[in-house]
Ligand binder design. Sequence first.
Ligand SMILES: [Zn+2]
Length: 127
Amino acid sequence: MSIFKKGSKAYSIFNQKCPRCHEADLFTNKLSSMKGVFSMPHRCPNCNQDFIIEPGFYWGSMYVAYALSSGIMLSGFAILFFLFDLELKLAFGIVLGIALLLYGWIFRLSRAVWINLHVHYKAPAIP
Ligand SMILES: [Zn+2]
């Protein structure tokens, strides 16, 4: 079974689907629509899984976001500075720009990772 198939954590995280049923979207709008980047439904419209398990549930996702963004920024900086031999300030500016552009994506990805650490997939019951 591929790690990106339905039923895997990777499927739910990268497609931003409900961690329990993998059917409904975790966020209200598509990221590409640039509308309500941060808005999530309170519950899954398909399986009724609570998406906001307790108040402040997503505070922990900031650790994930921190790890993701520092990983991206550090490797991006290293590539630009050491491989492409860019000036320090220029490399830093480009990396900052990329980080700002990826902000919404990293935000959503880290929330998806966080809820997947707490909620597990449950295959639909066969009638
Ligand atoms: Zn669901």
